[in-house]
Design a protein around this ligand. Sequence first.
Ligand SMILES: Cc1cc2nc3c(=O)[nH]c(=O)nc-3n(C[C@H](O)[C@H](O)[C@H](O)COP(=O)(O)OP(=O)(O)OC[C@H]3O[C@@H](n4cnc5c(N)ncnc54)[C@H](O)[C@@H]3O)c2cc1C
Length: 415
Amino acid sequence: MNLSENPLPPGDPGVLIIGGGLVGASLAIALDAAGIAVTLVEAAAPRVDAQPSHDQRNLALARASVNGLAAIGVWPHAAARATPIRHIHVSRAGEFGSARIDANTHGVDALGWTLPAHELGAALLRRLDACTRLTRLAPATLEQIEPLAAGWRAQIRTAAGVRPIDAALLVGADGTESRVRAQLGIGAERHDYRQTLFVCTVLPERDHAGRAWERFADDGPIALLPLAERRCGLVLTVPTDEADAVAALDDAAFLALAQRRFGWRLGRLSQPGRRHPYAIQRVAASELTAPRAVLVGNAAQTVHPIGAQGFNLGLRDALTLAELLADAAASGEGDPGAADLLARYAARRVPDREGTMTMSHGLVRLACLPQPLLAPLRSLALLACDRVPPLQRALATRGMGFRGEPPRAVLERQP
Ligand SMILES: Cc1cc2nc3c(=O)[nH]c(=O)nc-3n(C[C@H](O)[C@H](O)[C@H](O)COP(=O)(O)OP(=O)(O)OC[C@H]3O[C@@H](n4cnc5c(N)ncnc54)[C@H](O)[C@@H]3O)c2cc1C
């Protein structure tokens, strides 16, 4: 990669973010709050119904993420529509043992909150509207990038045509099929789980009482997340070669399948909302950074949704990068694309990223393997997480999103 021609013209914004989804928008807001000039380029129009990830999926937001969203002024726009998760219950169909995590035991009011993605999207858009230094281009798409001596020139297409934007730091927040990643020449390792997730809401007979359930089985995991008005967000995984048949089921047959897979802990499940299918893959970038460029969120790593880690991990990417850039600016280090800053970023993110990806991938693979010989080991592992205090503490701390060296914004703050 040649960064020797064409210096960056003075007066251009320092940071250019490609992708204003859940993670890119959070990063733009955090940088704006820190007084850093940013341009945000997003392919979709700035409306909740236009953006693909602002859909009907229900996001389980870890406690750390909610702290972070509060710190950047997003949570006040979303809190009224969020439901606290006070207990988590993990089990495997047909095997003994389960792991339970209880907020009270760990001295907190909630382990996390459930929020429909479109509500988080709406809150981010509202908070973006209040940014004072940010330049937003939407709808606008990145076409290509070329290197400059001290940055990148990005060709951006808007309704008015294609225009160049120069930046000292290019951020790829453009999702799983990241064009930034491809154009930087960063490779990606892919794993197709051959699973399809069906997401909808249901009304259980019994009150969910703030409990989130995760249940593994040979066919894949199923999860129920607590929502407002006694409803639950259902996430049902099926092998992809059965997905068309499941999509074609009428509501009664779909509910019967969900009931068979989940069991009767919450009584009869009824009143399913509209079903949305998602094909699931894991995509991991081989590098987090390139000269004067960095990948965040799904562009850096896309994980299986069942562990509810994707946005939580991506938000920690965004808030760590924002913290490093703000600290550098405050100490007079003016260059946001400096090599040592990006090296510090990668060093901070690698443990959290690898730990979370290993946990999420391992959980889905091990917990769903139809191996009777594994059954006693799995049951013992669940029992140990339930009963052995240090294991239980570690599980709860990580489940609440306090992993690696967390960004300061996610740490607990005194009221
Ligand atoms: C069913 C399901 C359930 C999930 N549940 C959870 C959960 O409970 N908890 C959790 O933490 N995570 C969950 N996730 C994961 C979470 O939704 C993602 O990790 C998160 O949306 C990633 O955000 P992102 O901003 O990195 O990427 P995206 O949301 O994909 O945003 C990328 C953005 O980039 C834009 N873009 C792309 N290319 C260009 C271009 N060339 N120019 C300009 N803009 C471009 C796109 O329009 C898009 O807005 C779930 C995912 C699924 C599918």
